[in-house]
Design a protein around this ligand. Structure first.
Ligand SMILES: Cc1cc2nc3c(=O)[nH]c(=O)nc-3n(C[C@H](O)[C@H](O)[C@H](O)COP(=O)(O)OP(=O)(O)OC[C@H]3O[C@@H](n4cnc5c(N)ncnc54)[C@H](O)[C@@H]3O)c2cc1C
Length: 412
């Protein structure tokens, strides 16, 4: 029997699309090649960081990264592979790192960050989901005088920023040593436990009748004229009114529909551990000059870092884990990390921080929902809403103002 909506890929973007479509009365099936317990949407830092936080493609990104590379502290690396798509991605990244673009990106981040925060809050209050949603700001910790002074000079809105001395910063993060310069609390941001969020959302969707086909990989799309006629999986084949591709950093199926998206997998690491409660950070924190995040969770703390391009190998590379501990260790006193769990995942990264969302340009029952890069958790609710609106209300990209504003289809 023909299904209504099939969502391919059960990460945070696929599940939030399913959530919004369900609320609009649509019948949804999620097909996921794994079991929704350990993908990129699980092991990330869980920061909701849309406010006052610069995007990746920021002026100075390339010289700053090169400087850190020379010091051996760079979180970013590019594997030496011959990949034309990656080469084009890097060129576009460099070209996108402009002041004009930064201004627009920051405004868009705030617009969709606000929608997402409100939706998260609603899911907690009205749907009674519990995923450790905390709206207590993001502490940007600085280890370089110059970057701290530059940033602090622009922080004149007391509703959005609080500038903290070294001593005050240590109250938020008691493990810090004296090499830290100071910090800025970006008050409007927050954090969640992404794993709890995924499990709570899946449970909610299942209870409301969303069908989950797990451990089933979609291997092929079949086309007839301007439509996807069916999809073939490792177990069966299915027809649907509408297919949503939310396969994260894996663009295999989008390529079958002849799309050449400028999106690249960016490998990152997380290390989750138990530590003395009195030493835990008081809110989510980001070492701005090191690109290391530390998020307090109910019983643990999670550190995340690294951005490796040119690899799709998920294995944990010891050198990378060691370098996270070493880089952070320069600015902290010794503390005990117990029951450490190491993890890797791939950000679906576009060169200008714009997501790939909206109807396919060739097939009119195919919708894309990916390219959220390092901000998928931050924007997942807003993306789910946009995907729902374009399918149920606008029925095409060009009449949906969010897609016109925020989608890579229109923003390069
Ligand atoms: C180290 C690290 C830290 C991060 N920290 C943050 C943060 O603090 N805040 C934030 O907002 N974001 C963060 N992110 C980014 C965020 O995790 C991602 O943007 C988000 O998880 C992407 O979600 P997604 O649903 O697009 O992709 P995914 O979570 O990857 O989901 C895609 C799903 O599709 C499935 N799939 C793929 N192909 C097929 C197929 N053919 N058939 C069936 N299923 C398929 C995959 O198995 C996967 O489950 C971080 C990422 C990393 C790596």
């Amino acid at each position: 029997m023909k299904k209504d909506i099939i969502v391919v890929g059960g990460g945070c973007i696929g599940l939030m699309s399913a959530y919004c479509l369900l609320k609009s009365g649509r019948s949804v099936t999620v097909i996921e090649k794994d079991d929704i317990t350990n993908g990129t949407s699980f092991g990330n830092a869980g920061l909701l960081s849309a406010f006052k936080k610069a995007p990746l493609s920021v002026p100075g990104a390339i010289p700053d990264t090169l400087k850190l590379m020379l010091k051996g502290e760079s979180p970013a690396s590019v594997h030496p592979v011959f990949d034309l798509n990656l080469f084009k991605w890097l060129i576009k990244f460099a070209a996108s790192s402009t002041q004009a673009r930064l201004k627009r990106t920051l405004a868009l981040f705030e617009r969709y960050g606000r929608i997402s925060l409100d939706m998260y809050e609603n899911m907690v209050k009205e749907d009674e989901m519990d995923f450790h949603f905390c709206k207590d700001g993001l502490l940007m910790i600085y280890t370089e005088e110059k970057t701290f002074d530059e940033k602090a000079a622009h922080c004149n809105n007391p509703d959005a920023y609080e500038i903290l001395s070294k001593e005050k910063t240590k109250e938020y993060m008691p493990i810090l040593n004296d090499k830290v310069i100071g910090s800025i609390l970006l008050k409007e941001n927050g954090h969640i436990d992404p794993g709890e969020f995924m499990l709570e959302l899946k449970k909610f969707l299942e209870n409301k009748g969303v069908e989950f086909l797990l451990n089933e990989e979609v291997t092929r799309l079949e086309f007839e004229g301007s439509k996807v006629s069916k999809i073939i999986t490792s177990k069966d084949e299915y027809e649907a009114e509408t297919f949503i591709l939310s396969t994260g950093a894996d663009a295999t199926l989008a390529k079958q529909a002849k799309n050449k998206f400028l999106m690249t997998p960016a490998k990152g690491y997380s290390i989750t551990f138990k530590m003395d409660d009195s030493l835990k950070p008081k809110t989510s924190s980001l070492f701005a000059d090191l690109f290391i995040a530390m998020t307090p969770r109910r019983d643990t703390v999670r550190m995340t870092s690294k951005l490796e391009l040119g690899t799709t190998n998920p294995e944990i590379v010891r050198k990378q884990i060691d370098s996270i501990h070493k880089n952070l260790g320069q600015y902290t006193n010794d503390f005990v990390k117990e029951e450490m769990v190491e993890w890797t995942g791939f950000r679906p990264l576009t060169p200008n921080d714009m997501p790939i969302i909206g109807y396919d340009e060739r097939y009119d029952n195919l919708v894309h929902a990916t390219g959220l890069g390092w901000l998928g958790i931050t924007f997942a609710p807003a993306i789910g809403k946009i995907i729902n609106d374009v399918i149920t209300v606008d029925k095409k990209n060009s009449t949906n103002e969010d897609i016109l504003l925020f989608s890579a289809f229109y923003q390069g």
